[in-house]
Design a protein around this ligand. Structure first.
Ligand code: HPA
Length: 251
């Protein structure tokens, strides 16, 4: 099984990867890095670019997914910075995403739109692979002393933050954290047949959750606390990945 990490805000600069390839796809070129921890190799894409210059709505999600398919990837781990709509998920929390509410508006969200590929409808009932999540939770418990909660991700178009009224709505409809990138990333990965999981790290309370102005904690400093190492160790310690079950299907 080959796997890839797609990393968000805060993860770009702590990487020490010096090998990369340019992968050409029908949707554009993608620079994919090669990482290695002990014996295990993985592909790595910093989705906002190395220097955090690509806005969430301008990320070439289709090219990234296609490039990973070209590299025969089976499993993807998306790491996403998020705001929290729940007091009990303070900045610094790690959240394993179990479902998503997609509030994006402007993004190409499928390969199967009847243009390059025929129109198809994706089944999204196991979009965050349940078996992979179970394995991640077990591995996380064994490898780290950190707490991994579970939650629902609301994806907004960005790059602006949300209004207090929007956040109130998201809390009412079952959202736990809000980010700007996991849609359409997770849907495109499913269309490519990957098993996928998303680990979100809370950088701030969303607008209106506390009386204070929204302020992101310094994600780079948070990463210094070795969260990144813990996540990597967790991923590397996953076992029996050939038992993940059915890949995504089209209806
Ligand atoms: N909203 C949307 N995306 C985010 C936030 C937020 O509060 N924090 C980090 N990414």
């Amino acid at each position: 099984m080959k796997y890839a990490i797609i990393a968000g805000t805060g993860f770009e600069k702590v990487q020490e990867l010096n090998e990369s390839h340019i992968v050409k796809t029908p949707y554009g070129k993608v620079k994919v890095y090669l990482g290695r921890i002990k014996e295990t190799e993985y592909f790595y894409i910093p989705r906002h670019g190395e220097n955090h210059t690509i806005a969430p709505h301008k990320i070439n999600y289709r090219a990234n997914a296609y490039a990973l398919k070209e590299l025969d990837v089976d499993i993807t781990f998306s790491l996403c910075a998020v705001g929290s709509v729940k007091e009990e998920l303070p900045p610094g929390s790690l959240v394993l995403i179990k479902d998503i509410i997609d509030r994006t508006k402007l993004r190409e969200s499928t390969f199967y739109d009847g243009e390059k590929l025929p129109l198809k409808h994706l089944d999204v009932s196991n979009i965050y692979c349940k078996n992979l999540r179970e394995k991640l939770k077990t591995s996380f418990q064994t490898c780290t002393s950190l707490n991994l909660k579970e939650g629902v991700y609301v994806c907004t178009e960005g790059p602006r933050f949300e209004t207090a009224a929007e956040i109130k709505e998201f809390a009412l409809i079952g959202g736990d954290v809000v980010g700007m990138t996991n849609a359409p990333e997770i849907f495109l990965f499913a269309e490519m047949g990957f098993y996928s999981a998303t680990i979100a790290y809370v950088t701030n309370y969303c607008t209106g959750i506390t009386n204070e102005k929204v302020e992101m904690i310094d994600t780079y400093r948070v990463m210094d606390r070795d969260i990144k190492k813990s996540i990597e160790n967790t991923i590397l310690s996953l076992e029996n990945l050939d038992e993940l079950g059915e890949r995504s299907i089209f209806i």
